[in-house]
Design a protein around this ligand. Sequence first.
Ligand code: G3P
Ligand code: CA
Length: 229
Amino acid sequence: MSPEVVAHRGASTRRPEHTLAAYELALRQGADGLECDVRLTKDGHLVCVHDRTIDRTSDGSGVVSELTLAELRRHDFGSWHGGEPADVLTLDALLGLAADHGTRLFIETKHPVRYRGDVERSLAEELDRHRVDAVMMSFSVFAVNRFKQLRPDLPTVLLYDRLWPRARPRFADYAGPGVDLLRRHPDRGEGVYTWTADDPADIALCRERGVRFLATNNPDETRAHLAAN
Ligand code: G3P
Ligand code: CA
C-alpha cells in the first residue's frame, strides 16, 4: 500500500513554511495530512513556528516564547520566501483549516522539557475545542508520555533522528524515524511515520518498506512519484 502523503510545514518548497498559503496549496496538491511544529508565545498561545526564534522565517527577530501573539502579529512571515506577506499562523487557525477539509494534522511540540509540560497541556486543551483528526509528535519521550496521559484517545509518534531503538514505549503509537535512519535499517519501516522524504529514491524506499505516513516538502511531486512507480 502507498504511504499517506503528509505535507511537512505545508507545501514548504513552494510557499513559506507554516503559512496558511503553504497549507492551502498542500491541500490543493492532494496531501493526505499536514505537519506543523508548535511553540508557546509569552502569553500562552500556540503558534506554528519551527525555530526557537522568528529570525529565519519572518522580517522580525526574537525568541517566540519571549514575544506575545500581538507582537508576533506585527511581523511578516511570508516575504522571506518570496511569498505574499503572511501573518504568524496560530494552531487555532490551522486546526480550523484541517477541520474544514477533514484532514489529519500531525502536530510536533518543540522544546517540551524546558516548559515542563505547558506545551502539551495547551495542546490538549486546544484539541478539546476542535473536532480534528490529530496526531501528536515529539522527539521527547517525556512529552509523548505526558500528552498520552492527557489525551489517551489520540495517536502519538515518537520521533527518532540519530538512533532507532528496537523497543518503543507503550504510549507511542508510531515510530517516527528520519529517512536516513530508514536507509540504515533495511529490516524496518512497516507502519512508521518517516520524515522528510523529497528525493525519488527515498520515496520509493518508503513504499518498499511499508511506511504508513511519509512527510514531504513537495506533496505534488511525491504523489506523482508514488502514482508512477
Ligand atoms: O516531521 C518530523 C520532522 O518535522 C522533525 O524535524 O526539524 O523538521 O521539525 P523538524
Ligand atoms: Ca517538525
